[in-house]
Design a protein around this ligand. Structure first.
Ligand code: CDP
Length: 227
């Protein structure tokens, strides 16, 4: 039996990666890292500093200098941990529509990706980690023991994101969410550096007809039988 140490979990926006990644990490006693949070934090830092998102060198500098930290949750409002940017709790701010509007553009910049990839590899070097993102199995951790690509149709993902926002007490409009997911998918999968795609050796799961519990149980079975 192989020993599992590193899990890479990729997929498009709102495919359920974060829920699944967090549950898997808890089940295995592993660290959980959602790399989307890092790209969102860079975007927020850029907006907060009044940097033009189209000014690539300035955005890259902000990414390289960003002071980002993760702490255990300070309150029970649905967060899995506190996201601290330059000493400020920005856990929900990184989920704002302003950040959502620019995060995919910021994530196309090679310098931004290099800075994030270096940090992600450093964190993963300690092992026992579930890392979630778009390019984890393909670029960041190509030697991961288990690679999962979690997919779902854009309509199902939009429904899930809609429900998530409503449950959080935020305003949400299905048609806007749907078109925004399509927009982000398009940028994420067509960028030159580290585009969103399944690694050739990834286990691809289409979760259109599976809920979070079913996907989790399916993976637990695979882990128990192969590792
Ligand atoms: O939560 P959601 O699935 O909507 O997105 P996220 O995982 O928080 O990622 C936000 C954005 O960051 C994505 O749309 C990508 O543009 C970018 N991202 C990336 O380029 N590479 C990653 N490893 C993770 C996120």
């Amino acid at each position: 039996m192989k020993k599992i140490n590193i899990i890479a979990l990729d997929g498009p926006a709102a495919s359920g990666k974060s829920t699944l990644g967090e549950r898997l990490a808890k089940y295995l006693g592993f660290v959980y890292l959602d790399t989307g949070v890092m790209y969102r934090a860079v975007t927020l830092a850029v907006l907060n500093q009044g940097i033009d998102v189209c000014d690539e060198p300035a955005v890259v500098r902000a990414a390289e200098q960003m002071d980002l930290d993760f702490c255990p949750p300070s309150c029970a409002d649905g967060r899995s941990n506190d996201v601290i940017l330059e000493g400020q709790d920005v856990t929900w701010q990184i989920r704002s529509s302003a950040v959502e509007a620019y995060v995919s553009l910021v994530s196309t910049y090679a310098g931004v990706r290099n800075a994030m990839t270096m940090q992600q590899r450093k964190i993963a070097s300690k092992g026992r980690i579930v890392m979630v993102g778009r390019d984890i199995g393909t670029v960041v951790l190509p030697d991961a023991d288990l690679k999962i690509y979690l997919d779902a149709s854009v309509e199902v993902r939009a429904e899930r994101r809609y429900t998530e926002l409503i449950q959080r007490g935020q305003a949400a409009e299905y048609d806007f969410i749907l078109s925004d997911l399509k927009r982000r998918d398009q940028i994420d999968s067509t960028r030159t550096v580290a585009p969103l795609k399944a690694a050739s050796d990834a286990l691809v799961i289409d979760s259109d007809t599976m809920d979070a519990e079913q996907v989790f149980q399916y993976l637990v079975k695979i882990i128990q039988s192969q590792y």
